[in-house]
Design a protein around this ligand. Structure first.
Ligand code: ATP
Length: 363
C-alpha cells in the first residue's frame, strides 16, 4: 500500500504546465528514496466546467477528503463564463479543509536578479478570515452595498483564528531561527488587530524559546524592502499577508519564485503557489515552474514530518537540492529569473539532478 495518497488538480491557464512538471519532479524524487505515492488526478476549474458542467465537480471534494494532501494549480476564476456551475473553488477548499495557515517562504538565490542575496523569511498568512469577503462568512459575502453609493467590506478577526495561525507560525519558527514578527495595525484597528496581537502573545507563552517582536504593517512594507534579512517568520492577517508576500516575492525575482503551502485543522496539506494563473504567459512554455515545484516539495516535507515518513522528508530534500542546482545556471532556469531555459528545460534539469547517481539520498 502507498505511504501517501496525493491529489493532482491542474487548475487553469499555466496550471496544466506547472502542475504536471511538479508531479514529475516529485515522482522522480520519490522513486529515488523508495517513497510510494498513490497519485490521483482530479477535475477542477475551467476544463472541469467543460467536462463535468462545473468548476468544482461533485466527488472532487469527497475524494480529496480521503487523501493526505493535494496539489492545487492556479485558478483563473475571474475569466470563468457567467454560467451556473462556474464557481471559484478556492474558498470552498480552504473552508472545507480548515486550511487556516498559508505558509509563503521568500528566499533569494544568486544571479536571479534578487534585490538582496541573503533573504530567507516566511510569511504565515491567516487564510480564512480577515477582509476576504469570499471566505469570511458562512453564507453570503463579507462585502455588500446598502445603497448605490456605499459599499461596506467587513473584516473578520476571531480569537481562535488568530491563536491557531500564531501557533502554526510559532511551530515553524521553532524549526528555523526562532524569531517571530507580528505584523498588524493595532494603532488604528484597535479591536481587530488588537485581538490578533493579544492572541499571538497568548500563543507565544507556550513557545518561550521563540523571540517575538511586532512591526506596524506600513513600516513592515518599508522594512521588507530595506532590511528583509532581519526577518525570519512573520505572522499576519489575511489581506496584509496576501499583499506583503507578493512584495516579498518581488525582492527575489518575482511571482515565479513564490511558493506556498496551506495547512490547517486536519492532517491534510495543500500545495499552492502564491501566484495566480497568469493567462498572459499561458501556453508559451515560458512559465517558471519553481513556485509550484517548491510548493509540492514543501507539502512532501510537511507530510513526512507530520506522518513520520522519513522517505518523504528525504524526497523533499532531494527535490530541494536539485531545484537549487537548476537555479544556479542561466541555461537551466527560465527567463523571468535571468535564464534562457523554457519550462520544460528547467524541469528536465531538475529531473536530471535528481536522477544523478551521486545525488544525496538519505531516508
Ligand atoms: P491572482 O489575483 O489570481 O493572484 P494576478 O492577477 O495577481 O493573479 P498572476 O497570475 O499571479 O496575477 O500573475 C501576475 C504576473 O506575474 C503574470 O502576468 C506573469 O507575468 C507573472 N507570473 C506569475 N506567475 C509566474 C510564473 N510562475 N512564472 C513566470 N511569471 C509568472
Amino acid at each position: 500500500m502507498a505511504q501517501l495518497t496525493i491529489g493532482i488538480l491542474d487548475g487553469d491557464d499555466i496550471g496544466p504546465e506547472i502542475v504536471p512538471a511538479s508531479v514529475r519532479v516529485a515522482k522522480a524524487a520519490a522513486a529515488r528514496t523508495g517513497l510510494e505515492i498513490d497519485w490521483r488526478p482530479m477535475p477542477i476549474g475551467r476544463s472541469a466546467l467543460d467536462s463535468h458542467g462545473t468548476t468544482m465537480p461533485e466527488g472532487t471534494l469527497e475524494q480529496l477528503t480521503t487523501m493526505d494532501g493535494f496539489i492545487l494549480g492556479p485558478i483563473g476564476h475571474r475569466a470563468y463564463p457567467k454560467v451556473n456551475g462556474a464557481i471559484n473553488p478556492h474558498p470552498i477548499l480552504r473552508k472545507h479543509f480548515g486550511l487556516f495557515a498559508n505558509i509563503r517562504p521568500t528566499r533569494s538565490f544568486p544571479g536571479l536578479g534578487a534585490l538582496f542575496d541573503d533573504v530567507d523569511l516566511v510569511i504565515v498568512r491567516e487564510n480564512n478570515e480577515g477582509f476576504q469577503p469570499d471566505r469570511n462568512v458562512v453564507a453570503g459575502s463579507g462585502e455588500f452595498r446598502p445603497t448605490e453609493d456605499t459599499t461596506i467590506s467587513v473584516r473578520v478577526i476571531t480569537r481562535p483564528g488568530s491563536y491557531r495561525v500564531a501557533r502554526a507560525a510559532l511551530e515553524l519558527a521553532r524549526t528555523r531561527r526562532r524569531k517571530l514578527t507580528l505584523v498588524h495595525k493595532n494603532t488604528v484597528f484597535k479591536l481587530g488587530c488588537g485581538m490578533f496581537v493579544e492572541e499571538c502573545y497568548r500563543a507565544a507563552e507556550e513557545f518561550p524559546d521563540v523571540v517575538v517582536d511586532e512591526v506596524i504593517v506600513d513600516t513592515f512594507a518599508m522594512r521588507l524592502l530595506r532590511d528583509p534579512q532581519t526577518f525570519d517568520v512573520v505572522v499576519t492577517t489575511n489581506m496584509f499577508g496576501d499583499i506583503l508576500s507578493d512584495e516579498a516575492a518581488g525582492l527575489v525575482g518575482g511571482l515565479g519564485m513564490a511558493p506556498g503551502l496551506c495547512i490547517g485543522e486536519g492532517n491534510i496539506a495543500m500545495a499552492q503557489a502564491a501566484h495566480g494563473s497568469a493567462p498572459d504567459i499561458a501556453g508559451k512554455g515560458i512559465v517558471n515552474p519553481y513556485a509550484m515545484i517548491e510548493s509540492t516539495r514543501m507539502m512532501l516535507e510537511w507530510l513526512g514530518h507530520n506522518r513520520g515518513i522519513d522517505k518523504a522528508v528525504a524526497a523533499a530534500r532531494l527535490m530541494q537540492a536539485a531545484t537549487v542546482s537548476a537555479l544556479a545556471q542561466p541555461e537551466t532556469r527560465t527567463g523571468d529569473i535571468r535564464g534562457t531555459a523554457d519550462t520544460e528545460g528547467m524541469t528536465r534539469a531538475i529531473l536530471a539532478a535528481i536522477e544523478k547517481k551521486d545525488s544525496h539520498v538519505q531516508a
